[in-house]
Design a protein around this ligand. Sequence first.
Ligand SMILES: O=C1C[C@@](O)(C(=O)O)C[C@@H](O)[C@@H]1O
Length: 228
Amino acid sequence: MTSDTLDFERFRLAASTATLADEPAARDHADLVEFRMDLAEDPLDQLADYDGDLPLLCTNRPTWEGGEADDDGRLDALEAASEHDAVAAIDVEIAAIEDGAQPTLDYAHEHDAAVVASVHDFEGTPESERLARLLARAAAAGDVGKLAVTAETREETLRLLSITHAMTREGATVATMAMGEVGAHTRAVAPGYGSKIGYAPVDPSDATAPGQYDLETLAELVESLSGE
Ligand SMILES: O=C1C[C@@](O)(C(=O)O)C[C@@H](O)[C@@H]1O
């Protein structure tokens, strides 16, 4: 599969990994692989050697947004990744975009890669107005606006689902999830409110965020709740 066969008009399940050789284990349940370049050894070499079936979403998360990449060469690596046919999308944080990373987005688009503009809150869930503003900023910045928060109460998960539903109704392409145990169910139900990307680890012992289901479980939950 090459990148131009994937869009985010409907829900896509991403299997997260730092090891592209894991891709065969994801094929049965995932639509794409999220390649966590910041957690990977020799990510550009892995990309050059990749000959799997699933398209790739490349993430190079900086330390200041919960990842392990330092800023030196981080965006250059994402640009180099976007040159590969298998790379359907790259993930860039809205803080980076608003701080001058737009040329990286333009470069990705020139190479037929979509942009997931992301924002993460590892501490909590902002109140509704701020939540709406964050998701609107992300949706305006990328082809998909992604918001991951940390929920501690059911009320917070409802706020997230509600904003997901409202923005989707307005025509925005968004992906949302609440990290942590309380929010875990949002990973299964947010697609029903319009969320277009879900994440689950290829290897359950290598979760890339708190509260993630394993890949097979999330695939089954989303499918059984989708009503299709
Ligand atoms: O941003 C996201 C979403 C995520 O944080 C999650 O909560 O599933 C997992 C990350 O790998 C991915 O880059």
